[in-house]
Design a protein around this ligand. Structure first.
Ligand SMILES: [Mg+2]
Length: 205
């Protein structure tokens, strides 16, 4: 894997599907407990519905997200909230710990960025970012900071969420490189703020 780091001051990397190959992760989750399926489907739909919208705060985002998940379902927004925080995210972390490893190119990227004094931010569309990095045996000290889109008030490709990261580092968007596995979310975040983007395939070594 080769990264274009010339004229780049900041790297903003996605987590799931980028820092590790997340194939089969949903199947593994459902295999643990079939009851996940019901929530998982509504979670995916809610995510699609809220994608890119900014709610101004984490609280406002989460209210809209769990409301949307529960719309027309047999469970309430509070049930969805509990499932997400107490079951879904912790189970994902456990599955990552047991079945997944960081991509081969990640240590090399960290080394090269350190050499160039280019900070790396881990920017995920999901929470439990620190827990997932720990499960991948990736030291958080390698990164300037780690952050989730929900905590910034809006899912990728929210312009406000992406801009909040760039501003926090005092960087220029045109000198920021987004890394990710999805064009609609990661590429979309970069385009929303006028940053550069490099997409990574799950099979990239
Ligand atoms: Mg991803």
């Amino acid at each position: 894997m080769k990264f274009e780091l010339d004229n780049i001051d900041v790297v903003v990397s996605d987590l799931d599907g980028t820092l590790y190959d997340k194939r089969h992760i949903a199947a593994r989750l459902i295999k643990r407990d079939i009851r996940h399926l019901h929530y998982l489907l509504s979670e995916r739909l809610a995510r699609k519905h809220l994608r890119g919208k900014s709610f101004g705060s984490a609280d406002a985002f989460y209210s809209a997200y769990f409301e949307e998940m529960a719309r027309g379902r047999m469970f309430t927004a509070d049930d969805a909230r509990r499932w997400y925080a107490d079951t879904y995210m912790p189970t994902m972390v456990d599955i990552i710990r047991k079945h997944y490893t960081v991509q081969n190119w990640v240590p090399e990227l960290i080394r090269e960025c350190k050499e160039r004094q280019v900070p790396i931010v881990v920017y995920s569309d999901y929470d439990f970012v620190s827990e997932k990095l720990q499960a991948l045996h990736l030291d958080e000290k390698n990164f300037a900071f780690v952050v989730s889109a929900p905590s910034l008030g809006g899912l990728k490709p929210s312009k406000e969420s992406a801009m909040a990261i760039i501003n926090r580092l005092g960087a220029k968007a045109e000198r920021t490189l987004f890394l990710g596995d999805r064009d609609d979310t990661d590429g979309g975040s970069a385009r929303a703020v006028g940053a550069k983007c490099q997409l990574i395939k799950n099979t990239d070594k």
